[in-house]
Design a protein around this ligand. Structure first.
Ligand code: AMP
Length: 411
């Protein structure tokens, strides 16, 4: 779990502002759900056989002896909330929600993998249209490209529906049964319970044996196949590049049909920036009406790492524009008035309050990340002008008090 502070926190704020603006454009509305939920929600929603539920949840009994869990992901909570508050229409207009917030997973920490991390996620309820799939994938792609991230790859797959799974399962059971001596203990259990999970296993010998395994993409029913073709066409139409990855299954049990993930070449082992998929049966499994839905989760820490690793200049700066420096105690009151003038003009400003040598004040101003130092000495007060030093250009200019705010705004 990590503390996040200056200057990195500005990048976080920038990413969050970009998300909110993009969400306005795509007509998604924010939803804020609690961090704690009943444990049962995730066992039912995420799936009892997943690593998240089996190994990674922060679960404890509260003082009322109820088993509660700090949310490991956002979708189950959003589905619970929309069911509970009757926020779902059976059809159109579709209900579109997004969230930004902390998630908790007791995983082995490494670069890009934390125990408290933050996700931005979207959930769209009420339509099984392939255009909705394309829209959701486009949102993730847009945000990452607006952050100037390059070398990202959108991986796309379909993992079918309850109609196409039985034949796939038979073939997968046959295939994995024949190589079961080479699979880990857990995957041996998965052969008959949930063979899709084997595709996600990180054990080297399992990974080797997945290469030749049957994939669900070759077993799609007519409906799933048509849906997948339409999603691909819609993505091509709006210029979202993608590659088909027939082995992409995602780590959660609730997906049906479309599954996708966006990866970055700059992240090392934990290379997924975000991922999601369609979950047409989850709302009803969690007690609601049958409602088709799709969503994704994006890891903000990973996006931050990718932006920093690629040295992307988003022009953020420190945000501080003016550092007001009274040269002695005699100018302090005037400096305080000036500080107020700047702030009333919505200019981010700070004032030096201790007496120091002028050169040291300049160093402080730079350390604080200010664009300008505004110097007030005896002469400045006498002449009614201020010395404004541009700390980026290393130039200096005399500016009158009346013009100061406009000068800073325009430079
Ligand atoms: P998931 O729902 O597990 O696919 O997670 C969605 C996204 O959240 C991933 O693509 C990552 O970017 C991010 N993420 C998941 N787990 C972690 C973690 N432990 N630490 C940091 N980011 C994570």
């Amino acid at each position: 779990m990590q503390d996040i502070f200056q200057p990195e926190v500005r990048l976080w704020q920038h990413i969050e502002a970009l998300i909110r603006s993009e969400m306005e454009t795509f007509a998604y509305r924010e939803i804020r759900t609690p961090v704690l939920e009943k444990t049962e929600l995730f066992v039912r929603g995420v799936g009892g056989g997943t690593d998240i539920v089996k190994k990674e949840m922060y679960t404890f009994s509260d003082k009322g002896d109820r088993s509660v869990t700090m949310r490991p992901e956002g979708t189950a909570s959003v589905v619970r909330a929309v069911n509970e508050h009757g926020l779902l229409n059976a059809g159109e207009p579709v209900s579109k929600y997004y969230y930004i917030g902390p998630m908790f997973r007791y995983e082995r920490p490494q670069k890009g993998r934390l125990r408290q991390f933050h996700q931005f996620g979207v959930e769209c309820f009420g339509s099984d249209s392939p255009f909705v799939d394309a829209e959701v994938i486009q949102i993730l792609y847009n945000i990452l490209t607006k952050l100037k991230l390059s070398d990202i790859s959108v991986k796309l797959n379909s993992i079918g529906c309850p109609e196409c799974r039985p034949v796939f399962r038979q073939n997968a059971e046959k295939y994995f049964g024949a190589v079961k001596d080479k699979l880990c203990v857990e995957c041996n259990e998965r052969i008959n319970t949930n063979p899709l999970r084997i595709y996600d296993c990180k054990t080297p010998s399992c990974k080797e044996n997945i290469t030749g395994a049957p994939v669900i993409l070759d077993h799609l029913c007519e409906g799933c196949s048509q849906h997948f073709e339409s999603v691909k066409r819609a993505l091509a139409q709006i210029g979202v590049p993608f590659v088909i990855d027939a082995r992409l299954v995602r780590g959660l049990d609730y997906y049906t049909r479309t599954a996708f993930e966006v990866t970055s070449k700059h992240l090392g082992a934990q290379d997924a920036l975000g991922g999601g998929g369609r979950y047409d049966d989850l709302v009803s499994e969690l007690g609601g009406q049958k409602t088709p839905a799709i969503g994704f989760g994006m890891g903000i820490e990973r996006v931050v790492i990718a932006v920093k690793t690629q040295n992307i200049d988003l022009g953020l700066g420190s945000g501080l524009r003016a550092y007001v420096v009274p040269l002695s105690r005699n100018e302090a009151e005037y400096a305080f008035k000036l500080l107020d003038i700047l702030r009333k003009a919505d200019i981010s400003a700070q004032m030096a309050v201790s007496e120091k040598k002028t050169g040291v004040h300049f160093k402080d101003a730079e350390k604080a990340g200010a664009d300008f130092a505004v110097i007030i000495g005896e002469d400045e007060i006498k002449n009614g002008t201020l010395t404004v030093k541009d700390l980026r250009k290393r130039s200096q200019q005399s500016v009158s008090e009346a013009e100061l705010a406009a000068y800073i705004k325009n430079n």
